[in-house]
Design a protein around this ligand. Structure first.
Ligand SMILES: NC(=O)c1ccc[n+]([C@@H]2O[C@H](COP(=O)([O-])OP(=O)(O)OC[C@H]3O[C@@H](n4cnc5c(N)ncnc54)[C@H](O)[C@@H]3O)[C@@H](O)[C@H]2O)c1
Ligand SMILES: O=C(O)[C@H](O)CO
Length: 312
């Protein structure tokens, strides 16, 4: 079994060594420009078109959870990966726990009004503030998939009311599920903290705009953990300046790195991180990929295949 590997920044020798250990029958090699030798599987992130085009692969594995970048490359180069070759993505593989850490820490930060106390500190003010109450702090998760479900679980454990919105109705214990555009308004109306964990698809680009933000509770918060293209950044600034939004924490941006001239950098009620909310954990990812390839070789049904029509 021949496996080719390409990632612009990962520790390729480590990945090759660990994959070889977990798939003893495989020969794993780093793909380099000009390598047209046979391969059965390709493990990729932002692959050059020539790496995949014309290959008779059994399957391709994207080395992340979001497959928007490879799907947009595929749209421009359909011959890169024929429909007959399944594309898989990473489901959780250590990203769920990271998303839980990120979401719980920030929701608690806002719930305990540490943002207000930081603002008071800047003015050397010593003033206890009225507590917020959980019943007034409903969490609304857009995109109740693998990662959204994990975040919902962790915030439920902290006693917050949690609701989710997705294309189809979900049955997550303790979580009120809203589905489809017809239920989006009802979902938003009671939401105080909006957490975005949608995939980047034609339907979701620009979904978090001023109209949507104005449907949230007053003094709400936005936590964007998915993709920057979901948020209309000018509308976000407008909602902040209108005091509709009390704060925002953003891990992803429509352009990354965020251009220096963006007003988001200096906004007093915006906190940001450089697309690190949940990174691919090699050990968990390699174990998942090895397990999945073994299953494919045995003809088993395996999870994680991308529905290219759906876009995720
Ligand atoms: N910031 C980071 O570091 C980071 C890390 C990992 C993943 N992500 C992002 O998180 C996203 C979600 O990851 P996941 O593994 O949970 O994906 P997933 O496919 O398991 O879940 C996506 C959810 O979104 C819902 N959805 C899709 N299209 C929708 C639509 N049009 N309307 C309403 N709901 C819709 C689906 O029902 C599904 O529940 C990824 O696509 C990626 O963009 C970001
Ligand atoms: O989708 C993912 O896995 C992360 O956002 C890395 O791009």
């Amino acid at each position: 079994m021949e496996i080719i590997f390409y990632h612009p920044t990962f520790d390729t020798p480590y990945w090759i060594a660990q994959l070889s250990k977990q798939l003893p029958g495989a020969n794993v090699r780093e793909w380099k420009k000009g390598d047209n030798e046979h391969a059965d599987y390709a493990l990729v992130w932002h692959p050059p078109v020539e790496m995949l085009q014309g290959r008779d692969l059994k399957a391709v594995f994207a080395l992340g959870a979001g497959v928007d970048s490879i799907l947009s490359k595929l749209k421009a180069n359909p011959e890169m990966l024929p429909e007959s070759i399944p594309l898989f993505r990473l489901e959780d593989t250590g990203m769920g726990l990271q998303m839980q850490e990120y979401a719980v820490s920030q929701v608690l930060h806002w719930f305990r009004r540490f943002d207000d106390y930081q603002a008071q500190q800047q003015k050397s003010e010593w003033q206890p503030l009225a507590d917020y109450h959980r019943e007034d702090f409903t969490i609304g998760i857009m995109g109740a998939g693998v990662l959204g479900g994990k975040v919902a679980e962790s915030l439920l454990a902290w006693g917050f009311p949690v609701r989710c919105w997705s294309r189809s109705r979900k049955t997550l214990p303790g979580v009120q599920s809203f589905a489809g555009t017809e239920e989006l308004g009802d979902f938003l109306r009671e939401t105080r903290v909006l957490i975005n964990l949608l995939p980047n698809t034609a339907e979701t680009v620009g979904i978090i705009n001023l109209d949507l933000l104005n449907q949230l509770q007053d003094n709400s918060y936005l936590l964007n953990l998915a993709r920057g293209v979901h948020v209309v950044e000018d509308d976000l600034l407008q909602a902040l300046n209108d005091n509709k939004l009390k704060g925002a924490m953003l891990d992803v941006f429509s352009r990354e790195p965020l251009p220096q001239e963006s007003p988001l950098w200096q906004h007093p009620r915006v906190v940001m991180t450089p697309h690190i909310a949940a990174v691919t954990r090699p050990q968990e990812a390699i174990a998942y990929i090895a397990r999945t390839i073994t299953g494919l070789e045995r003809g088993d049904h395996v999870s994680g295949q991308v529905d290219r029509q759906r876009g995720y």
